[in-house]
Write a protein of this length. Structure first.
Length: 403
């Protein structure tokens, strides 16, 4: 329970810098808010916990869209969660989460967690894995490629050229957050204090033979001189290219930069095609990480908003400790083109909690994985296999940015 001395309320527009300052202090980074941060602030969607005249807790939801299997939907993008160190473990986060989850108008909320132990109790579950690469550039051996050309572009010209490619990716891959023009500008901000000794961000585009931009990459370098000579480090922040030649050419360019010995990339998908384009995939040095967490806040609406890999007709029984309306049985029918989900009194085929349903929502985790630990139970023989297949998706979810 929240200690009754603390008031929970929506922030006001003039509280932005205090709000951001408290979150920055909770995360231990220096707060340097810009006018753009203030412009993007949605005070009515930002909650604060207040002790006297001191802010002691923050949590906000940003209005953005997200690609899910077969659709792009509104999803509350939860961020800036922090509690003042002197006020921790007194239920402030629990109070903020409960209020936020019952308030959000979207059918789902998503976030990146700083630590894996925080959000499961509020019904969130990791729904997308990320893969980190630490590539040994001296041994990876990328395959040659020809066609089109790689060019540098200036940050001010970038949003207009890059935005259509991100939209195209959203149509193909679940887990990708949409960006308004303002969010693009924020994403491309390049504060010197956030470079960590690396170069300013370099923006590359690939142009096809006809001159059209069909891929982009954002990267930075860092000079490093070892005892045996140059051993520079390349950090790839983002790479989006749906045309095979653009994808291959951008990666080849980054994997063959002179003086570099190492390349880091933190947001690869589990089905990232890069491994096919090098002779020595082991040199990619891959590590699995948790990426996007999902929490369904309106189960029937969320299930009707996505599409299903194969036709499904199933009754799912859901439990949810936090959102009352999510408890019950829901009749889901759907396929690759449409879906419907309504409350029902019929006997369930499968039973689970909102955590497992949230985990499987983006198509990146199998319901059968949870049956193996008793967290999904099957009442109708065969329902687990067919519903697992329906919830899966041909492309793995991928979240490109920590928001
Ligand atoms: C994470 C944080 C917001 C938790 O706030 P809090 O007000 O102390 O949390 P609560 O008191 O409501 O705790 C609720 C429960 O979560 C648990 N919990 C809280 N933080 C946790 C953590 N980091 N890891 C695991 N469990 C955690 C508590 O033990 C408590 O469990 P209990 O009810 O069984 O005792 C706070 O510790 C913080 O600001 N951390 C640094 C910033 C940060 O990591 N923010 C998250 C960004 S994604």
């Amino acid at each position: 329970m929240v200690n009754s001395e603390y008031v929970l309320r929506a922030a006001t527009a003039d509280e932005h810098d205090r709000f951001y300052g408290l979150f920055a202090a909770a995360m231990m980074f220096e707060s340097t808010p810009t006018d753009l941060d203030r412009e993007l602030f949605e005070p009515e969607r930002a909650l604060v916990a207040v002790d006297g005249d001191q802010l002691v807790g923050t949590a906000k939801a940003m209005t953005r869209d997200l690609s899910v299997p077969g659709a792009v939907v509104s999803a509350a993008h939860v961020t800036a969660v922090g509690v003042r160190p002197t006020h921790r473990r007194q239920g402030i986060l629990s109070g903020l989460m409960r209020r936020q989850l019952t308030d959000v108008p979207e059918a789902l909320a998503v976030l990146w967690a700083s630590e894996a132990g925080i959000y499961g109790r509020f019904g969130y579950a990791p729904a997308a894995w990320g893969v980190s690469y630490e590539v040994d550039l001296r041994t990876v051996r990328p395959h040659p490629v020809s066609g089109g050309r790689v060019e540098e572009v200036l940050a001010e010209d970038a949003p207009a050229q890059l935005a259509p490619l991100l939209k195209e990716l959203q149509a193909k891959r679940p887990g990708v957050s949409g960006r308004s023009e303002q969010v693009w500008r924020k994403q491309l901000q390049d504060k010197p204090e956030h470079r960590g000794g690396r170069t300013p961000r370099q923006i590359l585009v690939h142009r096809d033979e006809a001159g059209a931009v069909d891929g982009y990459a954002l990267w930075r370098g860092k000079m490093n001189w070892g005892p045996t000579g140059p051993a520079n480090e390349v950090t790839v922040e983002e790479l989006v290219a749906l045309e095979p030649t653009a994808y291959h050419a951008l990666w080849r360019h980054l994997l063959t930069l002179d003086l570099a010995a190492k390349l880091a990339y933190s947001h690869a998908a589990v089905d990232e095609p890069l491994q096919q384009l090098v002779s020595n995939p082991v040199a990619l040095n891959r590590r699995l990480t948790e990426s996007l967490w999902v929490r369904l806040t309106d189960v029937p609406r969320a299930l009707a908003q996505r599409r299903y890999a194969v036709a499904t007709d199933v009754v799912i029984e859901v439990t949810d400790d936090l959102i009352k309306a999510n408890n019950g049985r829901f009749h889901l029918t759907g396929d690759t083109q449409q879906a419907m989900c309504e409350p029902t009194d019929s006997a369930p085929d499968l039973s689970l909690s909102v955590n497992e349903l949230s985990a499987a929502y983006l198509g990146g985790r199998a319901l059968s994985e949870f049956a193996a630990t008793g967290r999904v139970t099957e009442s109708t023989p065969g329902a687990l296999a067919t519903t697992t297949a329906a919830f899966s998706w041909p492309t793995a979810p991928q979240s490109l940015e920590v928001f």
